[in-house]
Design a protein around this ligand. Structure first.
Ligand SMILES: Cc1cc2nc3c(=O)[nH]c(=O)nc-3n(C[C@H](O)[C@H](O)[C@H](O)COP(=O)(O)OP(=O)(O)OC[C@H]3O[C@@H](n4cnc5c(N)ncnc54)[C@H](O)[C@@H]3O)c2cc1C
Length: 248
């Protein structure tokens, strides 16, 4: 796992501006879509037809996507190891359908002092009203205050957590002082259909027919997942984009 965190001298506290997404396990290809779809017309022989006529296969996937025949896109699986701040996981776990999650425990293990601080390229200022706002870059002063306030608060919160643990207080009680900028890790397993639904809501993309306005940090996770998936299922990925990134 990539860890670009910066250690803070003397405290063990580390700060990160990135997220990481590793594809740890997968059984996912365009042919999984094809055999599932063709059972409709050729029954159990559909598995023998896989190598035949690539142009027809491409056309079939595009038709399924366009007409929103979604179930053939469910016969595959991808497991990601995600490392991101807790506030990203809160948003992520709202995706209930076609996703399985397991996250590290703050009851059974001591939480590590790794915290999120926005990088220089993170737009800091929101303009407009909810649902119709845009983000613009922050000034150097706004970046400075953001970094300083976050780092100070994180250090204090983690020191407080440690003092309680040292005094014998249970991890599940002491963790209450830790902020949502703390990094956590989880395994998330999905299929192409549930991933497409997630991507349609958690990315901004020029080919999207329906715009979404996700928080940048969950979008960073989504973009990394998308890159893994695009390599595994290129025909499905192309059809998703060509049809406006609407999940079937
Ligand atoms: C930009 C953005 C802003 C958001 N802001 C907020 C916010 O301010 N507050 C907040 O609480 N949430 C917010 N959310 C979360 C949002 O409301 C959804 O919970 C989240 O996007 C998951 O979407 P989903 O329910 O479609 O996904 P899933 O839970 O994966 O469901 C997939 C699909 O299954 C069907 N489905 C699932 N459960 C049901 C059900 N119980 N009944 C009927 N059909 C069902 C629906 O068709 C659904 O689209 C936001 C999401 C986005 C993308």
């Amino acid at each position: 796992m990539t860890d670009n965190s910066t250690p803070s001298p003397g405290t063990g506290v580390r700060f990160r501006s990135d997220v990481s997404v590793e594809l740890v396990k997968h059984d996912a290809s365009d042919t999984d879509v094809l055999f599932a779809a063709r059972v409709s017309t050729v029954g159990e022989q559909s598995i023998d037809e896989l190598g035949k006529d690539p142009e027809r296969s491409k056309g079939l996937i595009n038709y399924l996507m366009r007409d929103r025949h979604g179930s053939p896109f469910e016969h595959n699986s991808m497991t990601f190891l995600v490392s991101a701040p807790i506030f990203v996981f809160r948003e992520f776990m709202r995706h209930r359908v076609g996703w399985s999650y397991n996250e590290e425990s703050g009851r059974y293990r001591e939480l590590q002092p790794v915290f999120y601080v926005p990088g220089e390229d993170r737009k800091l200022v929101q303009q407009g009203r909810p649902g119709k706002y845009e983000f613009v870059p922050g000034t150097p002063e706004q970046h400075k205050i953001t970094t300083e306030e976050m780092e100070t608060t994180y250090r204090e919160a983690y020191a407080s957590y440690r003092r309680m643990l040292d005094a014998g207080v249970a991890r599940e009680v002491a963790r209450a002082v830790l902020p949502v900028g703390l990094f956590s890790s989880m395994y998330a397993t999905c299929n192409a259909r549930s991933l497409m639904h997630f991507l349609s809501l958690r990315t901004q993309h020029e080919q999207a027919k329906v715009a979404s306005f996700p928080q940048r940090e969950i979008e960073m996770v989504a973009e990394r997942m998308e890159a893994h998936w695009a390599g595994l299922m290129p025909l499905t990925y192309a059809a998703f984009n060509a049809n406006g990134r609407i999940a079937p």
